[in-house]
Ligand binder design. Structure first.
Ligand code: ZN
Length: 246
């Protein structure tokens, strides 16, 4: 059902030749525009024209990636389900309003018809022509509005049902986006937390190492500092002893 509506929107905006694009575009991942052109069997320029038309109404979105070797950009496209459904919702609401006006007008006014030419006139125009068809000379007959009203109402019911589905889909899509946002924020927070932890750990490690290094240096300094003194002393003693002996 969603796919059908997406197809409807896309054909409404970009014409019948764009219909197949709906099946190629994804709502989750971006598709290479050259691949779209190849699959549709049309030129890249034709493909881009369709995609730009759709993009003008926010029905599709794109990202670009630079080709490292060739140095140019390639565009990747994806369908925007929420915007597409909102776009279709507006169209359906307008149609319902039009139908409702037509039903009202049929309920209040008389219409006349030349059955031979199948042309319809409202009361004012029928009066202008004096109820005679200027094409065939036939006399107008009064239109049975009840059948027309019945058809309009049937059509309106159908559109209202579809509208309810679209509104439901809009709700779903909004929830989906909201949940994705929450997930992303959560992920970001966790990543930041993990980074901080890592930083703290490495900071602790370095301080520990530094402390160890410093204390080792102190110890070795103490040791090296004490030893030569002793040697000097003993040397001095021994030289003194030697002197005394002499
Ligand atoms: Zn006629």
């Amino acid at each position: 059902m969603l796919k059908k509506f997406l197809r409807d929107v896309i054909t409404l905006v970009a014409g019948k030749q764009a219909e197949k694009i709906t099946d190629l575009l994804d709502s989750e991942k971006y598709i290479n525009e050259f691949l779209i052109a190849k699959k549709l069997d049309i030129t890249i320029n034709q493909t881009r024209n369709i995609l730009y038309k759709l993009s003008d109404h926010g029905l599709v979105s794109s990202i670009r990636k630079k080709d490292k070797r060739k140095g140019w950009y390639t565009y990747f496209w994806k369908i925007e389900v929420l915007s597409s459904m909102v776009f279709l919702k507006n169209i359906f609401e307008k149609r319902i309003e039009q139908l409702s006006n037509q039903i009202k007008s049929r309920e209040m006014k008389e219409f006349y018809v030349c059955e031979r030419c199948n042309i319809e006139f409202n009361e004012e125009n029928a009066l202008v022509y004096d109820f005679v068809c200027n094409e065939c000379g036939g006399i107008f007959s009064r239109k049975d509005n009840s059948k027309v009203i019945k058809d309009f109402k049937k059509n309106m019911d159908k559109i209202e049902k579809e509208l309810r589905f679209i509104e439901e889909e809009i709700k779903n899509q909004k929830e989906k986006l909201e949940n994705r946002k929450i997930r992303e924020i959560k992920k970001e927070k966790e990543e930041r937390k993990a980074k901080r932890k890592k930083k703290n750990k490495s900071l602790k490690k370095t301080t520990k190492k530094e402390v160890m290094k410093k204390s080792k240096k102190k110890i070795s300094k103490k040791k090296t500092a004490k030893k030569p003194k002793k040697i000097k002393k003993t040397k001095a003693k021994s030289t003194r002893k030697k002197i005394l002996k002499k």
